[in-house]
Ligand binder design. Structure first.
Ligand SMILES: [Zn+2]
Length: 354
């Protein structure tokens, strides 16, 4: 069964390597959790490809910043990214995406409308949706938002887990709550409206709770979180509470369930592994609460530690089998695997090109 996935970090993985524009590291053989040949094996038909800028080298690593207590751990938010740093890194990743598209000789396309996405899926071309994971490369007056739109960006997370000119991200804390700071700034509110006007999907993964509710109030599009899990099952700050999940469902939106072992199976210390069944557990929980129309996959391949039983994208179909065993009907499996993402993208993207 063809799968459209809510999140991967392959662009960041390759641009962080010695050869930042090495399209072959995706098209031929990668060293991580996904590449083109293994994506085909797993029946991956497309998904959101994240443009994620990591912290500059002078910022201590997450491990170095982690504060341990008897109850759990807390990784304080890193400082805001310098604009030029984020801007350069973003352009390198978009250049890599374009090089992958070109060198794939028709195997992958950067898609900018629902018609293009559907056409690609029908003709077995991987449909890539360019996603900015954090609005740092966008000027607070939004003057360059359309430049990114013209480069193909159709999805945008207002923040990663850090503050920026538009809002405040949610830190990695266990146990913790998403209500971790102030809501959107005035430019953040303008950005929501500009994304609605332009037809750019707004992603709530990594945004704190006040920011989440600000978007919920302002947006005219369905609410979307591309890669998160359920707070009720694992009380990590980054996971969505039942109230947030219900808001996503009521808006006609979707939650992509992340495969990160620490979000799905959190404990007082970060873990190395978890059984594959935890992915299904979160999908079942969300489907029971808000319906199978509002849950999908949001793997985070090449961006996180995933269950070793899954290993990589080539075994994606294992999850389809587990969904069947869990009692999801053929129609529900199709929705979770692909159709929910396509519905939300259809409701959000515009046909006209600016
Ligand atoms: Zn992420």
């Amino acid at each position: 069964m063809k799968i459209f996935d809510g999140h991967n970090d392959i662009l960041h993985k390759i641009t962080s390597s010695v050869n930042p524009l090495d399209s072959q590291a995706f098209l031929v053989k990668g060293t991580g959790q996904m590449d083109y040949p293994r994506a085909l094996q797993g029946e991956f038909c497309g998904g959101f490809f994240a443009v994620y800028t990591s912290n500059p080298p002078e910022v201590p690593t997450a491990e170095e910043r982690m504060v341990l207590s008897d109850k759990g751990y807390h990784i304080p938010l890193p400082p805001p990214l310098p604009f030029d740093y984020a801007h350069n890194s973003t352009h390198t990743m978009i250049e890599l995406m374009k090089k992958i598209e070109q060198d794939s000789l028709g195997g992958l396309k950067i898609t900018t409308s629902i018609a293009e996405i559907q056409e690609c899926i029908e003709s077995n071309v991987i449909a890539a949706v360019l996603h900015l994971e954090g609005a740092e490369p966008i000027l607070p007056n939004l003057d360059n938002l359309l430049d990114f739109y013209r480069l193909g960006v159709r999805s945008l997370g207002i923040t990663w887990s850090r503050p920026n000119a538009f809002g405040h991200g949610v830190p990695f804390v266990y146990p913790g709550h998403p209500d971790s700071g102030p809501g959107l700034t005035p430019p953040g509110k303008d950005l929501v409206k500009a994304c609605n006007r332009t037809g750019i999907l707004i992603d709530l993964a990594h945004l704190n709770e006040k920011g989440f509710w600000d978007v919920a109030q302002l947006t005219s599009a369905p609410l979307v979180s591309t890669h998160t899990a359920a707070h009720k099952l694992v009380p990590k700050a980054r996971n969505l509470t039942d109230d947030q999940l219900r808001a996503v469902g009521e808006s006609g939106g979707v939650v992509g369930v992340i495969f990160s072992v620490n979000d799905l199976d959190g404990e007082r210390r970060p873990k190395e592994d978890a059984p594959i069944a935890v992915i299904i557990k979160h999908i079942e929980y969300i489907a029971d609460l808000i319906g199978a129309d509002h849950v999908a996959f949001g793997s985070d391949f090449d961006g996180t530690k995933i269950p070793s039983q899954l290993g990589d994208i080539s075994r994606f179909q294992l999850l389809v089998e587990l969904l069947e065993k869990a009692g999801f009907s053929a129609l529900e499996r199709e929705k979770i695997c692909r159709k929910n993402w396509l519905r939300v993208l259809g409701d959000t993207l515009r046909d006209e090109v600016y």
